[in-house]
Design a protein around this ligand. Structure first.
Ligand code: GAP
Length: 529
């Protein structure tokens, strides 16, 4: 994508709608109006998520000798997050629209230029009501009707009317003046209204622990973890001692994290509850920068392997001054979502900051002792930190295709197909008897299903015409459809040699081939894992 901000709203709407219709992702508590920033994965979404996490775990833990797994608690001791700097420090600057009360991230407001209309108050002569309060509206388009600014200002002042029967348009505005504004960020881009001054908004969810905990007992405070990383740092010594590992080694974790995001948005992209897939890779200080580059390459090849196109992935080398103060190098891996180019993962060289802080706050020795050199030191750490839900969203966006298969002079025929890689696809194979009223076909199809089911997620469907069933499977991304037909039963004259074979229809090419039932399991296993 040439333009970082290029968006395709229409495509995104179709994806969100398919996710609900087919059971990939639903809004949490939808029947109660929805819980903002929280999402539930339906039957197909849960499969995709499991496939992604299994693959990540296999590649990063099971297939490596130098990385160990961890499954830490979500409830986190306040001392851990005080040491890490999250308590008191993990916040976003937030401001509110004075007109609509919408909450915005101050650092995400695009700078705007235009004419600002300032007012000192408003009055209503007949009721002798007035209010003294400064307010401004920015008109950011050339030749915009100045009455738009006055209308917005009247709506703002009408909030303070004691008599709510008085319409906003009857108010007289006071002290009008104008100024030219360049690249300012204190007006709401949606309606031009002035915003409040930015103030820090705590992003962590706090809770009270223990049956006797009263709401004001500071010792009972615990937090829902805002990242999985901290339990890795806190358990680093236990993992190291219990496994007798040597540097360099990593600890990997997949798990939930919680952030009270000011503006959850773009479907699951920015949620309040989400899953991370993080590795803390501990090393000698002199290896940190090199390993950061190596991890970046490894993570890019992982995305390639799961089916994200290389051209849609972008690496940002975060410049000095924009990185966290303890980081000497940070790469962001961004993806071209339909709502713009946005972050999937960060690969950061965090030095010895985290272990150093936990050593200082806990008073416990967290040094590593190198048997060979007899040195004792705090290891440095490289952190590839990926969002599981964001990766799933990227995979769904990548997979979504609409193909026009309309024949000349025929009815419009659009095929929706989710081109997931087989390893990611929620259903690996659909088993379809040609006709449901032929007991021998149904029985054979069930046999095939029983053969495959212990090894993969399969789906059995005998309803509707076979063409429609193929299309239904295309829409959820099933790579292989297995049809049990009369040839399978050896009932087609002249085609007796096809007995005990099935038709396999490929999702992407729609081509078909015949495979013997006895070869079916290895044939599929070779193609789906
Ligand atoms: N331990 C480092 C860390 O947590 P981060 O950049 O704040 O770094 C890492 O988060 C990844 O977690 C992000 O790249 C993103 O994929 C995911 N993530 C962060 N906040 C998220 C949110 N509100 N919703 C969904 N995913 C999020």
């Amino acid at each position: 994508m040439a333009n970082k901000d290029q968006t395709d709203t229409d495509r995104m709407e179709k994806i969100v709608s398919l996710c609900k219709r087919k059971g990939f992702i639903f809004q949490s508590a939808e029947i109660y109006g929805g819980l903002n920033g929280c999402w539930d994965y339906g039957s197909l979404g849960a499969e995709v998520k499991r496939n992604l996490k299994d693959l990540w775990w296999r590649k990063n833990v099971q297939e490596r000798d130098d990385i160990l797994g961890l499954d830490g608690s979500i409830l986190t001791h306040q001392a851990v997050l005080t040491a890490s700097g999250h308590v008191g420090g993990f916040s976003d600057p937030m401001c509110d629209c004075l007109l609509t009360k919408a909450r915005l991230r101050a650092d995400q407001i695009e700078p705007q230029s235009g004419i600002a209309y300032h007012f000192t108050g408003a009055s209503h002569e007949e009721s002798e009501w007035s209010v003294d309060r400064d307010y401004s509206v920015l008109l950011n388009q050339p030749n915009q009707d100045e009455n738009k600014a006055r209308k917005t200002a009247r709506e703002f002042y009408a909030q303070f009317l004691t008599d709510k029967q008085i319409p906003a348009k009857k108010l007289t505005l006071l002290g009008e003046s104008t100024s030219e504004e360049k690249e300012v960020t204190h007006y709401n881009p949606e309606n031009g209204s002035l915003l409040t001054e930015p103030r820090d908004f705590e992003l962590m969810f706090k809770t009270q622990m223990g049956a006797s905990a009263d709401d004001h007992d500071p010792n009972a405070t615990a937090y829902l973890r805002p990242e999985t990383a901290q339990s890795i740092f806190v358990q680093y010594k236990n993992v190291m001692d219990s496994n007798r590992v040597k540097l360099p080694f990593g600890i990997a974790q997949i798990g939930k994290a919680f952030r009270n995001e000011i503006n959850p948005r773009n479907f699951t992209f920015r949620s309040r509850e989400f899953e991370q897939m993080e590795i803390e890779y501990f090393c000698r200080p002199e290896d940190g920068l090199r390993l950061t580059d190596e991890w970046l390459e490894k993570r890019l090849s992982f995305y390639d392997e799961i089916g994200l196109q290389k051209e849609k992935l972008h690496v940002l080398d975060i410049p000095d001054g924009e990185r966290a103060h303890y980081s000497q190098k940070t790469y962001d891996i961004e993806y071209d979502f339909p709502f713009g180019q946005q972050e999937l993962e960060g690969v950061a060289y965090r030095g010895d900051y985290d272990l150093g802080k936990h050593k200082e706050h806990s008073g416990k020795p967290l040094e590593y002792f190198d048997e060979q050199t007899k040195e004792r030191f705090i290891p440095h750490v490289v952190e590839p930190s990926a969002g599981c839900d964001r990766t799933i969203l990227a995979l769904i966006c990548e997979a979504f295709y609409e193909e026009d298969l309309t024949k000349e002079g025929g009815k419009q025929d659009i095929r929706t197909v989710m081109r997931f890689k087989p390893a990611i696809a929620p259903i690996k194979a659909a088993i379809l008897p040609l006709l449901k009223n032929k007991p021998e076909l149904v029985e054979k199809a069930r046999e095939v299903k029983n053969l495959l089911q212990p090894f993969m997620n399969v789906f059995y469907d005998e309803t509707a015409a076979i063409g429609r069933r193929y299309r239904r499977q295309d829409e959820v991304g099933t790579p292989f459809c297995i049809a049990i037909d009369f040839e399978t039963m050896g009932l087609e004259e002249g085609k007796e040699d096809l007995k005990d074979t099935v038709t396999i229809r490929h999702r992407d090419s729609m081509e078909q081939e015949r495979v013997a039932i006895s070869d079916l399991l290895p044939w599929l296993l070779e193609r789906i894992y």
